[in-house]
Design a protein around this ligand. Structure first.
Ligand SMILES: NC(=O)c1ccc[n+]([C@@H]2O[C@H](COP(=O)([O-])OP(=O)(O)OC[C@H]3O[C@@H](n4cnc5c(N)ncnc54)[C@H](O)[C@@H]3O)[C@@H](O)[C@H]2O)c1
Length: 281
């Protein structure tokens, strides 16, 4: 998608972190923006920020778990801006624990937001995107899609692997059928966002696992992101380049992603059992 100016972008999970950085960066490219998020107050502030940057933007409170809400988001977008050219299915959450300590509802929450949220976004927006000569979908996964096995993060890894597979299948089908819609997969490692506090949106009736090693791991991830994490606007800039170049993989931390793929290839070729990552990989 070469031309962004005056075109319309929808970004989910836009009230914070990578989504907010994407909204601001796309606005700086001249796009009109629809910010969508489940957190009403944060969404209002984020929308005000994007408008203060000089952009034409609206916020639409949306829970991406809900197909009807995503359909409503699409309807509001068309009503406000007449169409949509770019959709960033970016909203994501994380909760986990040791396998048998993870409540079934916690699994469902992660899969509903991370996987079904992306699926709803692709299914609802694809027909609208395909009305234009060029359009694009960006799905946010994670290096967790390639580098599985981070202790206590199994639901997150599963959901992000599903986004990888969905996005690859969709990209291949669209390309084969000559569709004008391109697809990119954003798969970052640590980024300085509120992701370590994702359980702030956990439904009240779900009690998350609180085992000591889970708490310690989350603290470690928090520290790691604070020290070696990229800034969200660095990631947003990479996404804009990928949209313009029609690149599939957007890998802000290529070494982490490739190491994960190589480890799996090694297990497949040698028959060795999957093993935890060594420190620093
Ligand atoms: N931060 C990282 O280190 C990192 C690494 C890899 C991948 N990611 C992915 O990046 C994406 C953005 O996360 P972030 O890091 O900016 O975290 P963040 O917590 O700062 O932002 C996530 C946003 O998603 C929103 N959200 C949560 N549930 C929602 C729902 N049901 N419907 C709509 N919006 C919802 C939150 O309110 C929040 O505004 C996620 O998909 C995450 O998995 C983040």
């Amino acid at each position: 998608m070469k031309i962004l100016d005056q075109r319309v972008a929808v970004v989910t999970g836009a009230a914070s972190g990578i989504g907010l950085a994407l909204a601001r960066r796309l606005a700086a490219e001249g796009m009109r923006i629809v910010l969508a998020d489940v957190e009403a107050d944060a969404l209002e502030q984020a929308t005000a920020l994007v408008c203060a940057d000089g952009a034409d933007a609206i916020g639409v409170r949306t829970d991406v778990r809900d197909l009807g809400a995503v359909q409503e988001l699409a309807a509001r977008t068309v009503e406000q801006f007449g169409g949509v050219h770019l959709v960033c299915n970016n909203a994501g959450v994380e909760t986990g624990g040791s396998f048998l300590e993870i409540p079934g509802d916690a699994w469902k929450w992660v899969m509903d937001v991370n996987f079904y949220g992306v699926l709803h976004g692709c299914r609802v927006f694809l027909p609208l995107l395909a009305e234009h000569p060029e359009a694009h979908i960006v799905n946010t996964a994670s290096v967790a899609a390639f580098a599985t096995g981070t202790a206590t993060m199994t639901p997150y890894c599963v959901s992000k692997s599903a986004i990888l597979s969905l996005s690859e299948c969709l990209a291949i089908e669209l390309q084969t059928s000559g569709s004008p819609v391109g697809v990119s997969l954003l798969a970052p490692g640590p980024v300085k966002t509120r992701m370590p506090d994702a359980e702030r949106n956990l439904p009240a009736d779900i009690t998350p696992a609180r085992e000591p090693h889970r708490v310690a791991l989350m603290e470690e991830l928090r520290t790691k992101a604070a020290h070696i994490g990229l800034e969200p606007d660095e990631v947003a800039a990479m996404v804009v380049t990928a949209v313009r170049d029609n690149s599939f993989f957007v890998l802000p931390h290529p070494d982490m992603a490739l190491a994960g793929v190589r480890r799996r290839l090694h297990w497949m070729e040698t028959g060795e059992l999957p093993a935890p990552r060594r420190a620093g990989t």
